[in-house]
Design a protein around this ligand. Sequence first.
Ligand code: SF4
Ligand code: SF4
Length: 290
Amino acid sequence: KPVRQRKPDWIRVKAPMGKGFEETRKLMREHKLNTVCEEAACPNIGECWTKKHATVMILGDVCTRACAFCNVKTGMPLKVDPLEPQHTADAAAKLGLEHIVITSVDRDDLPDGGASQFVKVIEALRRTTPDTTIEILTPDFRNKADAAVEAIVTARPDVYNHNLETVPRLYPNIRPGARYYASLRLLEQVKRLDPSIFTKSGIMLGLSEQRLEVHQVMDDMRSADIDFLTMGQYLQPTPKHVKVDEFIKPQAFDAYASIARAKGFLLVASSPLTRSSYHAGDDFAKLRQA
Ligand code: SF4
Ligand code: SF4
């Protein structure tokens, strides 16, 4: 295989443009917020930011882990910013967001894994912009998961997302710091503690997973009562990251989506450029109106 694979035609990325894009960038800078849109080098940034959709990444821009697919920096993380919750809420209010997605780096160094910062962000958002629906995308909190999940569920986000990222066979290479069944258990726990919170998870395709393995992941997710599923093409952010094994065709994404719907997921997003937070607000709003 060539060192740098050519992307197929269906991976078309719109260039950043327009007033909305600039306004989003300016607002994030002014409020000293990091976004996963930038840190993960998301291919949808042009489209999303133009529409003023951004995913805020709390707890700094340095992660304590080093997943083989992820562009976020690894190292000694920074101190937690006590102003971050209110800054996040202010930015959401100024962007006029109907739905906000909040994620974070992994903070295995913090006694609570960063759960209390998620809680503070949810509380600040509820105070400042009460009509905005809140989706959080959390790490697995490793051995602190029980307490972390309980604290966050008590703050009542609308959607609790945690990505399984790939099939269990590939964990040692792709997500070495995590355990597949621990991630499933985390989502099951959210649902058990508060069934009114929607749970969500996602995987990347194109990492050499087999079709039946993907079907098994869907079954595992449904067994854990996970409501929403996202599937997108893995793209190699830099040559240092794990290579793309295969570019999955759009028709194959559609076929997976049909199977996922048949298995009972309430929302399914499956396309080459689908990301965890891509169109998350639009899809959630449609579901609430239905
Ligand atoms: Fe940001 Fe998500 Fe859009 Fe990517 S898909 S640009 S991470 S909001
Ligand atoms: Fe990236 Fe999350 Fe892995 Fe950290 S834990 S390296 S932010 S995917």
